[in-house]
Every structure is written in C-alpha cells, then in structure tokens.
Write a protein of this length. Sequence first.
Length: 205
Amino acid sequence: MTTLAVHALAAVRAAGGDVKLVDPERLKVVAPAPLPHDLVDRVRAARPELLKLLSSSTNPPATDIWDEAEAERAAIIEYDGGAPRAWAEALARLDPNKPPGDVPPQRWLRFIDDCGRFLDAGWAEPAAAFGWGPLDLFGCDREHPFARVDHLGLLWLVNGGRIIELQRDKAILETERGAPQSYRRRPVEVGRVVLAWEIIVPPSL
C-alpha cells in the first residue's frame, strides 16, 4: 500500500462516496453524486494499490486504515519520498477525518494532499538540507490553526498549487491558476506555533 491509495480513498470518502472491492481485479466507486474528474483520475492512478489495500481487509473505515498502516506508510514516506524518519512518522499520523481546530474538512484534506505531493515531488530531502524544519513546513497556530495565516507553515500555503523553487530563506509557489507566489521563511514562534497533528482540541461544552 502507498500514500497514493490512502489519500485517494480518503478523498472519495470525504466526498461522501466509497470504493468497494468487486473481485480481486475490479473496484467499484459509489457516490451520491458524480465525483470530480480529478478525483476519479486519482482513483484510477491508485488502482493497483487500492486493490491490495481493500483485498487485505473487509473495506475498513478510513480511520482504521490510518491507524493500522502507520508504520508501513512511514517507511514508504521515508524511503520513497526521501523524508527524514521523524517527518515520515509524523506525516503518517495525519488523519483525513479529523481536521484540527478551526480547519475546514476540505481544507484539511487539501493540506494532506499537498503534503503527499511535496513528498512525491522529492522536495523533502532538499528542504531538510536547506534547514527547513517541521514547523517551517507543517506548523500552524496552536489556538487558531486556520485563521492565523501569519503562523502557517509552507505546505499550508501551497493550497492545491505546487512548489517550483526552494531556497534556504524562501520558496516560490505556483498557484492552481499558474500564478507565481513568493513565500519568505520567517522565524517560528515556538510554543505558539505547533505541528498540526499535535493540536489538542478542548471538548465541547
């Protein structure tokens, strides 16, 4: 199983659908409404991995997939994506069904997808070499992770675009519409800025 299959399955379920195993060689996508074309393409691209994933269990819910596969996904991220082990283990904990704090569910899913593309494109190794730490990339405000834009790490700001250049003190992004956008790396306010998966959300009253 790869992160591609996990992300594709999580995205389909976030859209209200699901992916079913018809037989060892066939998948069926069910949804209350037609899925976006790009999401259908992602499912097709992940088909071999999805077949393996769904064949290994009785189509468990997404939360079970993420819990049971953490070690495997961490290894895939580390070796295939070139990410440091600490990053690999942390990214493997991202749960698409549990957005932290004030982060909208769809925006959280996009952030996870952007993290996956960041790794797939091979940016993890140069980022580490340039001194970009986890908080620089994945950090956000402890109390208002989505609203405090000034505390968002680089990958929060990719927002469906892509990184086209990375330097020690800045990154150049390309938005979904193809416009260049410059991001200057700034000092992290340790204690105020935390990793997204470390946020503790207080219980509702």
